[in-house]
Design a binder for this molecule. Structure first.
Ligand code: UDH
Ligand code: MN
Length: 401
């Protein structure tokens, strides 16, 4: 109080001096500056915000109260130097509290599962009003069972761009099923900002690292935005080996079988790895821009790290693939075969370590982290040309496919 009083007196006497010396315009200017500063401080303190930029170029401030403020501004996505180090303080490390003493571990086989599901996408879209599972979701797309200690704390990481409709369907579908599976989980949707081509590997790597900063997860699931689980016994848990959770998809019918895979070594769509398995393989390669290659490269990495993908039983890992057109910013990468040929030589040079302590560290910009109702949303900017230059020597020979 005393300090405030003496400050006020200082300001008053200073103003008197300025007035008396006929410097009225200067006095006015100084007082305006003080007023603006105080007003900004008050705004800043009351907001207690998470600053975010959405794809429409709006700056949104997510207040602690859950209220959101939007500000329009013109948003240019230029790759800027940034790294995880910059954001360590920005991401709250939160655990969901539970009274561990009085609770038993959840059963190995969750009792509420129904097995094969008949999926009607229209019903999922409408589910917002009548699905209790959505009411139980904590802001940011998080959940933890209340009546038992979960056997897995799963981070679902969805690399995506321009598939909001799929994301909406998938996240609702997942909340419904993952709660029946009695998991503690959080869904992360990680988007790549324009103008670069899509790069699924980079988003998976950054997604895993940010998830690790955000919570205490025992399992990481990299999930295509258009893959809907069709059997709730396909548990989103990790195993002693990396797991490919897809045994068949409606996208790849084979003969009479409704659910097939495009080839035996296909390990795409949905995979589950522990932190140590992901780190042991050094995560995904970062150099596949556009469609294709990164998934086959990751399979090579897993094998070279002396691990092997496992799948659930045939009728358990079935998925409905939401049909879609080719994405204009994710054209087939014609160089992917050559880059894949050089996969082994690159494994320890670049991967998830490229964002931590690598000499050839990849810089990226985290444009947004927003706790949305059904998922945590991240928007990432990277510089495609810089990454290609950085790893020029490791991209293999052009390959005549
Ligand atoms: N994705 C987007 N937006 C894009 C591009 C890709 O969200 O513009 C994400 C999304 O999560 C999608 C995933 O990347 O589910 C895979 O891209 P896709 O759906 O275009 O790929 P596709 O349906 O399935 O062709 C990939 C199968 C790979 C076959 C084997 C190649 N080695
Ligand atoms: Mn697809």
């Amino acid at each position: 109080m005393e300090l405030a009083y003496s400050w006020t007196m200082e300001i008053v006497s200073c103003s008197k001096y300025l007035c008396s010396s006929k410097s009225l315009p200067i006095a006015f200017l100084i007082l305006t500056c003080i007023a603006v500063s105080i007003y900004s401080m008050v705004l800043w303190r009351s907001a207690n915000v998470d600053h975010s930029v959405n794809t429409h170029g709006n700056l949104s401030l997510l207040l602690k109260s859950g209220e959101k403020r939007f500000y329009n501004f013109s948003h240019t996505v230029s790759p800027v130097n940034s790294s995880l180090d910059d954001m360590a303080d920005l991401v709250p490390r939160k655990k969901i509290n539970r009274n561990k003493i009085s609770l038993e571990p959840c059963p190995i086989a969750p009792p509420g599962l129904v097995g094969k599901l008949t999926i009607n996408v229209q019903n999922i879209i409408k589910s917002v009003t009548n699905d209790d599972s959505l009411k139980r979701v904590v802001y940011g797309g998080r959940y933890s069972p209340e009546d038992c200690i979960p056997r897995e704390r799963t981070a679902v990481i969805i690399p995506y761009r321009d598939r909001e409709d799929h994301l909406d369907i998938l996240t609702r579908h997942l909340h419904n099923i993952l709660q029946r599976q009695q998991l503690e989980y959080q869904i992360f949707a990680i988007e790549m900002a324009l103008p670069t081509q899509f790069n699924r590997g980079i988003l998976a790597n950054i997604g895993v690292l940010i998830a690790k900063e955000t919570g205490d997860f025992s399992c990481f699931i990299i999930h295509d935005v258009d893959a809907l689980m069709m059997n709730d016994k396909n548990l989103y848990r990790c195993g002693s080996q990396p797991r490919h959770l897809v045994t068949g998809s409606t996208k790849y019918r084979s003969g009479n079988n409704e659910y097939g895979l495009p080839y035996d070594s296909y390990m795409s769509g949905v995979i589950a790895l522990t932190d140590s398995q992901y780190t042991k393989a050094n995560g995904f390669s970062n150099v596949y821009f556009g469609w294709g290659g990164e998934d086959d490269d990751f399979n090579i990495r897993v094998q070279r790290a002396n691990m092997k993908f496992e799948r659930p039983e045939k009728d358990i890992g079935i998925y409905l693939a939401i049909p879609h057109d080719t994405d204009s910013t994710n054209q087939k990468n014609p160089a992917r075969f050559g880059i894949l040929d050089a996969a082994a030589g690159r494994q320890w040079i670049e991967g998830v370590n490229s964002f931590i302590n690598n000499q050839l560290k990849i810089k990226y910009k985290r444009y947004a982290l927003e706790y949305r109702k059904y998922y945590t949303w991240l928007l990432i900017g990277i510089n495609e040309a810089a990454i290609n230059k950085q790893y020029e020597k490791y991209l293999g020979e052009p390959f005549a496919a």
